[in-house]
Design a protein around this ligand. Structure first.
Ligand code: ZN
Length: 293
């Protein structure tokens, strides 16, 4: 799928007079908007851990962010879940790989909306948007794949790519395929695993922090609620059965951005402008984590 760029484009040149008039007309509107916002400012407080500051000033200008470059030297690995080619390579992706606690399929096809929009297409598009935002902040970003291979990579290789890159943070992007009515997002963090090639003990604590920041940033940016079917309303789930987490030696989390089988979530997941918000929220969480690590 072609990449739809961010909505934030450079403002069109206008005459000073037109700008002044526009500004004068906007002031009362903005004031009213602010008053309305203040009156309604009763959003439930987030857990302090989950509160992530915005990554960039709002306003949509094309001028460089004042914090640009602040992530120089930091490495982020983005793992777009699945691969649109996996459907045509069932033998390859069904091959068992070692995830420390046992064996698991190399990869899976992922889910899709009822109308046929595949999860793998969603994750790659979101990865491109996220990469652009993080690079703008000065981070070095690596994708585990970029639509440039016929299938996979396998989950063990996805983990290895983050490890080899010595990523300061790694994130695997997904969307869920649960029942209609199940909606919302959740972040998956590694639980303690010490078996075979897997030893998550050093990454459990930093990954938990990363997960909380990503969850906070994502909710703030998208308005998407925490999952109503997993995580007891916290939006946070810990798992020990995912090869991509078990085999990671760097702080890594998964995000299930929404449910591709729920009408409300599908309306969001299939919207380019909404995916841009999702990328902004994830970026804000990662940036907040990296600035402290
Ligand atoms: Zn997935």
């Amino acid at each position: 799928m072609s990449y739809e760029g961010p909505e934030n484009e450079a403002p069109r040149p206008r005459s000073r007079r037109a700008l002044t008039l526009t500004f004068a007309a906007l002031v009362p509107v903005a004031l009213l908007g602010w008053l309305a916002y203040s009156a309604l400012g009763d959003e439930p407080a987030h857990p302090s851990e989950a509160a992530a500051p915005p990554s960039a000033a709002p306003g949509g200008t094309s001028s460089p962010s004042p914090s640009a470059g602040s992530l120089a030297g930091k490495v982020v690995v983005i793992d777009p879940g699945h691969n649109t080619g996996n459907f045509r390579h069932t033998a390859e992706i069904n091959r068992q790989v070692d995830i420390g606690t046992g064996k698991k399929e190399c990869d899976t096809t992922g889910t899709a909306t009822n109308a046929g929009y595949p999860e793998a297409k969603f994750t790659l598009d979101l990865a491109h948007r996220l990469r652009a935002l993080l690079e703008k902040q000065g981070a070095t970003v690596k994708l585990t794949h970029d639509g440039d291979r016929a299938w996979g990579p396998c989950v063990d290789e996805r983990a290895r790519i983050g490890n080899t890159a010595h990523a300061d943070a790694a994130i695997s992007l997904h969307a869920d395929g649960s029942a209609e009515g199940n909606r919302g997002f959740h972040v998956i963090m590694p639980g303690v695993v010490h078996a075979g090639a897997a030893d998550t003990r050093p990454i459990v604590a930093p990954a938990k922090k990363l997960g909380a920041r990503v969850a906070g940033g994502y909710r703030d940016a998208t308005g998407e609620p925490f999952s109503n079917y997993l995580g007891d309303g916290t939006g946070m789930v810990t798992r020990t059965d995912l090869g991509g987490l078990n085999l990671s030696t760097v702080p890594k989390v998964f995000i299930e951005c929404g449910n591709m089988r729920d009408k409300s979530d599908v309306a969001l997941l299939t919207s380019g402008p909404w995916r841009q918000k999702a990328a902004q929220g994830i970026s804000a969480g990662i940036v907040s984590f990296l600035r402290e690590s």
